[in-house]
Design a protein around this ligand. Structure first.
Ligand code: NAD
Length: 462
């Protein structure tokens, strides 16, 4: 492992990664890789997670293409020194903020979006002029070996390396000194990363997870709730966001929904309608749904469901196909709040609905738990929107949609508290992998003598 770090560090020290031409060539290399190897990527994602090619394009290839194209177009602008305002007391002088690369970045990717969540931070790191070691997740082995075999063909192999492996390899990598560690994964492993980084005072970005709630408010003035456009669009977006991207195995996926008791039945009926429309009803033919990544995670999610107190709250779905590691889209109504399904991140296709007497209670419900990576609120009520904005804390807050904030590169993406530390996407990625160096240019012209001793005879005069 030492050799890998040493080689990329030597490349970084050579200065070659700093120039705009190198950065642009790597970003173009990523775009070429995505265009020329699209079918191989689809195949790897099919094998690792059962992803449909359209889902793979939307959530993986398309996302990475968008990020690389945006960085390629903007990198020169991002690199330009920013003028810094200098107080008059320094006159004559000028100041600047210059973004310099941090050095060698170690990037850990997760398995649920094994292509986009590996390439997205790499795009940020190379835009900022860093050398990179990428460790994909071993839980998506086909995608991991695809990245290890293909990246050296398209990107500078002496500056960007892929190291495959699991926990042991991660631990070995963490022994070494890096200039930046970017980690996507669970809060538990996030703590391991942060303490390893502390040894070398290495800055970290931790993209973690948690339980992301969706608040479902009254969206209708009429009594015919099911036909109300607001309700229909909200329910459709909840279904698309919960089961669409990797079948619930998404860090910003909806973990549970909070709704007033009087609107629970309309929500549930609409959710069922859209589940059936999007995915069908036969578990064996749910070809538009990804599968659970492996036996360990299948058992973990299945155990959340098997708890007898929880099983009694299933109102839709609930069937499983152990052999093919499939779990049907499942809705639960008011499972016990002390059950694991309501205390642990679900990260799978189960959706608890929790009813409240008044929708404003949802704020207290959310605040009594760890800060989530995302909060979603489907509401037309401006004062409720303002209350949620002011009184809750989360990585992001999206009104009237879910998950789509991830692809909005003009907004930062990241968690707060238990859900993460730092942010990325677009220019925020460039900043995350840069040090903003303060540069002050002074002239030899004016001297303020009182700054120098001896001060014995000096009298302060204002
Ligand atoms: P994980 O934390 O188990 O593993 C992530 C990485 O850490 C892998 O590369 C793994 O090899 C490595 N690792 C595992 N144990 C380690 C140890 N003891 N020491 C050092 N490295 C170790 O996470 P996961 O199961 O891959 O992903 C699921 C979690 O990731 C969920 O909590 C989810 O919310 C979160 N996630 C967050 C984002 C985000 O952008 N914020 C995106 C995807 C997933």
């Amino acid at each position: 492992m030492n050799g890998v770090e040493e080689e990329v560090r030597n490349t970084f020290r050579s200065g070659r990664t700093r120039g705009v031409a190198w950065r642009k060539a790597q970003l173009q290399g990523i775009l070429n890789l995505l265009a020329e190897k699209e079918d191989e990527i689809f195949e790897a994602l099919k094998q690792d997670l059962g992803k449909h090619p359209v889902e793979s394009y939307r959530d993986e290839v398309g996302v990475a293409k968008k990020s690389a194209a945006n960085a390629l177009c903007c990198v020169e602008k991002w690199m330009a020194p920013q003028k810094g305002r200098i107080p008059l007391v320094f006159f004559p002088a000028r100041g600047a903020v210059v973004s310099e690369p941090l050095g060698v970045a170690l990037i850990f990717a997760s398995w649920n979006f094994p292509i986009s969540l590996a390439l997205d931070p790499v795009i940020g790191a190379i835009s900022a002029g860093n050398a990179v070691v990428l460790k994909p997740s071993d839980l998506a082995p086909k995608c991991s070996s695809f990245l290890a075999n293909t990246i050296p063909l398209y990107l500078d192999p002496e500056a960007i390396k892929v190291v495959e492996g699991g926990k042991d390899v991660a631990e070995e990598l963490l022994q070494l000194k890096w200039d930046k560690i970017f980690f996507t994964g669970s809060p538990q492993v996030g703590r391991v990363i942060m303490s390893a980084a502390a040894k070398h005072l290495t800055p970290v970005t931790l993209e973690l997870g948690g339980k992301c709630p969706a608040i479902f408010d009254n969206l209708s003035n009429s009594s015919d709730l099911q036909c109300n456009v607001g309700f229909k669009v909200a329910a459709k977006r909840i279904v698309g966001a919960k089961w669409g991207p990797c079948n619930g195995q998404a860090c910003i996926g909806i973990d549970y929904v909070l709704v007033e008791t009087q609107f629970a039945s309309v929500l549930i009926e609409l959710l069922k309608k859209f589940i059936k429309r999007f995915y069908g009803e036969n578990l064996k033919t749910l070809e538009n749904l990804s599968r659970i990544v492996n036996k360990h995670h299948f058992d973990r999610v299945y155990n959340l469901l098997k708890d007898p107190k929880v099983a009694a709250s299933v109102i839709y779905g609930g069937s499983v196909d152990e052999e093919n590691m499939l779990i049907e889209p499942t809705i639960l109504l008011n499972p016990p709040l002390d059950a694991d399904i309501m205390t642990e991140e679900i990260f799978g296709p189960l959706l608890p609905i929790i009813t409240m007497n008044n929708i404003e209670e949802s704020i207290q419900f959310i605040n009594s738990r760890e800060k989530p990576l995302a909060i979603y609120a489907f509401t037309k009520n401006d004062s409720l929107k303002e209350k949620i904005l002011q009184e809750t804390s989360s990585g992001s807050l999206t009104f009237n949609d879910a998950m789509v904030q991830f692809i909005c590169d003009t907004l930062p993406f990241g968690g707060v508290g238990q859900s993460g530390l730092g942010r990325y996407h677009g220019k925020f990625s460039f900043d995350t992998f840069s040090h903003e160096k303060a540069v002050l240019h002074r002239s030899f012209l004016i001297e303020l003598e009182p700054r120098y001793p001896p001060w014995n005879n000096f009298k302060m005069e204002f």
